[in-house]
Structures are given as structure tokens and as C-alpha cells.
Design a protein. Structure first.
Length: 334
């Protein structure tokens, strides 16, 4: 696809002088059956009998702030020149099969988007997540793709690299997985549940009291590398984890409207990217695909909250206590 098909718009915040890059969608990447009145394209995928609708906006729906670089005569230039895709994927049913269909759609759409980008304009990061709306029992997936790597992923890469350097080439996510697996039979562990391919646990320093993280047993850097069986098992453990969160949060008198599920995946490294010094080989060794689940719309009382400007997060209770409740959650609920 010619690079001029990537539309991008650069705006400047008059108050701060900061440059804002509007990330556009990839034109022509969806062979649509329908077009909305405002020009958005809609495609439909059928995964094992479950229909997933894919909406590709004609108008960009998200922004990326980048710090500009002065290159002479006051001109501002950003070497990363971010662009990307922003898609909405919707599934009508909240079930393991619905989750499986959504996850497979994420994979197929990512491969499709990547194949339509030229080598010069490769998409670096695929960042999929979905939201479960409890009162509607519906799933809305969002797939963001860009040359810009999200700060949360960059931070995880840096921590993984530092861990490997400090611990003689031991890898952070593998150590976490092995420790949680080793402690899974301990009553004081943070273990929640597992299946053939994944283990779910409450993180040591959670950003949310009822959050659950999921790691695969095998070392898998990117979610696009998952097999059909691994996707099916991921859908099962994510569904089970979400149900446990709903039950425990309700018992703890916590009410929320949504559950967020975010897939953290290693980026594809390209020339000129901020992580260009980290080779693909290094990234595939140190980074581990994982899933983070947490409720949304925190209530005023009894919820996690951040102390303003401190960077600290306070949660009610110990993660191991929450893990115990989550382990027991399905024993007394159908």
C-alpha cells in the first residue's frame, strides 16, 4: 500500500506548544459490506458461528501526544511520525465462545493490518483491549495499531531488560509465572486459577483491588503468535476470571459498570523506533504476552484510589486475601 494512503494530521496546542499527532485509520483495509451514513466502514467476521462486527472509522477517533523536535528555523519535526489504525469490534454475547471469537478477530485483524502496511511504514504496536458492560452483557473490543509504542509497554520492556541484566539472563515474566505456579498450593498465595495454557493471579502491587493478571505457561512474546487452541483456553480463563471478579466485588459491596481486559503484547521493532537498540531477538526473550483484567467506574467508597501527584495507589486489603476470595468465588455461585 502506498505510504500516501496513511493520512495524518498534526496540530499544535497553542497553550503549551505541544504537538498533537492525530492517528488515522488505514484506508482500504476493510472490504466492507456496509458503510454508515458518516462514512465509517463495517465488516463482519464469523468465528465458529459467532458474528463479530468490525467498524473502521472514516474519521480518526484518538490522538497521540508527541514531544516535537526543533530542527531549525523554528520548524518542529517528529521522527516517529506516528500513524495507525483504530477499530471497534463488537460481540453480542458474553460467553467463552464470544470471547474466543473476539480474540481470534483481534489476531486476524492485526495480521491483516500488518500485511497491508509497507516495510517502510510498518505498524510497530498492536494494542487490543475490550470492555464488558455488565448491565448489557455485551463486549466491545478496540484494536489500536501504530508505530508509537504505548508508555506502559515501554516501561514493561525496560523493567524486563533490567531484570534480565541483574539476574544473569533470567526473565521477569518467566520468574513471575514460575513463582505463582510454585506457590499455587499455598493458602497464602496470590494464585486464582489455571488451565492447560495459562495461570491467573492477583498482582503483588495491584492498581485495582480486584484486578487479575494472566500469564501463559509457554514463553509467547506476542498475542498474534497464539494458536487456535491457546486462544480458546485464553478465552476460557478470561471468562472465568471476569466471573470471579464480578462475584467477589459484589460481595465486597463494590459496584462497577464495566470490566476492562487489556492484552499486553511485544512490539515489532522497526528502524528509527525509540527501541531500535533492542533487537527483535532480545525482545522475544525478555518480553512475555500477558493479560490484565480490572473493573472500571470505581465507586466513591471503599475503592482503590491514587494519592494526587504521588504516583502511589492504595487498595483495600492484601492481594493474597483477595486471591483467596477469588479462588472461592465459584464454589457457591452457579
Amino acid at each position: 500500500m502506498p505510504s500516501d494512503e496513511f493520512r495524518r494530521e498534526i496540530r499544535t496546542d497553542p497553550a503549551t506548544g505541544r504537538k498533537i499527532i492525530v492517528l488515522p485509520d488505514l484506508k482500504g483495509d476493510v472490504h466492507s459490506y456496509m458503510t454508515t451514513p458518516i462514512g465509517d466502514k463495517i465488516d463482519f467476521l464469523s468465528i465458529n458461528g459467532t458474528s463479530v462486527s468490525v467498524l473502521t472509522p472514516e474519521v480518526p477517533l484518538f490522538l497521540l501526544e508527541e514531544r516535537g523536535e526543533v530542527v531549525g528555523d523554528g520548524a518542529v519535526y517528529d521522527r516517529s511520525s506516528a500513524f495507525g489504525a483504530d477499530e471497534r469490534l463488537n460481540v453480542d454475547v458474553f460467553s467463552p465462545s464470544g470471547l474466543e471469537a473476539l480474540l481470534k478477530s483481534f489476531k486476524s485483524r492485526s495480521i491483516e493490518l500488518h500485511s497491508r502496511a509497507t516495510n517502510k511504514d510498518s505498524l510497530t504496536q498492536f494494542f487490543p483491549y475490550f470492555v464488558y458492560v455488565s448491565d448489557q452483557r455485551s463486549l466491545t473490543g478496540i484494536l489500536l495499531a501504530s508505530r508509537a509504542i504505548p508508555p506502559v509497554i515501554l516501561s514493561e520492556i525496560e523493567k524486563s531488560e533490567n531484570h534480565a541484566a541483574y539476574h544473569s539472563e533470567r526473565y521477569m515474566y518467566c520468574d513471575i509465572r514460575d513463582e505463582e505456579k510454585r506457590m499455587s498450593n499455598d493458602s497464602e498465595s496470590r494464585f486464582v486459577t489455571k488451565n492447560m495454557d495459562y495461570i491467573a493471579f492477583t498482582p503483588f502491587a495491584p492498581s485495582d483491588q480486584h484486578g487479575i493478571h494472566i500469564l501463559p505457561f509457554k514463553h509467547i512474546p506476542r498475542f498474534e503468535d497464539l494458536s487456535d487452541e491457546q486462544i480458546r483456553n485464553l478465552a476460557m480463563i478470561v471468562y472465568e476470571s471476569m466471573r470471579r471478579i464480578q462475584i467477589v466485588a459484589k460481595d465486597d459491596r463494590r459496584h462497577f459498570d464495566i470490566v476492562n481486559v487489556v492484552l499486553h503484547s511485544a512490539p515489532n521493532i522497526i528502524k528509527g523506533d525509540k527501541t531500535s537498540q533492542r533487537t527483535r531477538y532480545l525482545l522475544e526473550r525478555i518480553y512475555h504476552f500477558h493479560v490484565e483484567i480490572s473493573p472500571g467506574q470505581n465507586p466513591m467508597h471503599g475503592s482503590p484510589y491514587e494519592i494526587p501527584f504521588s504516583g502511589w495507589t492504595i487498595v483495600a486489603g492484601r492481594p493474597k486475601d483477595t486471591a483467596y476470595k477469588l479462588r472461592q468465588a465459584l464454589n457457591h455461585h452457579s
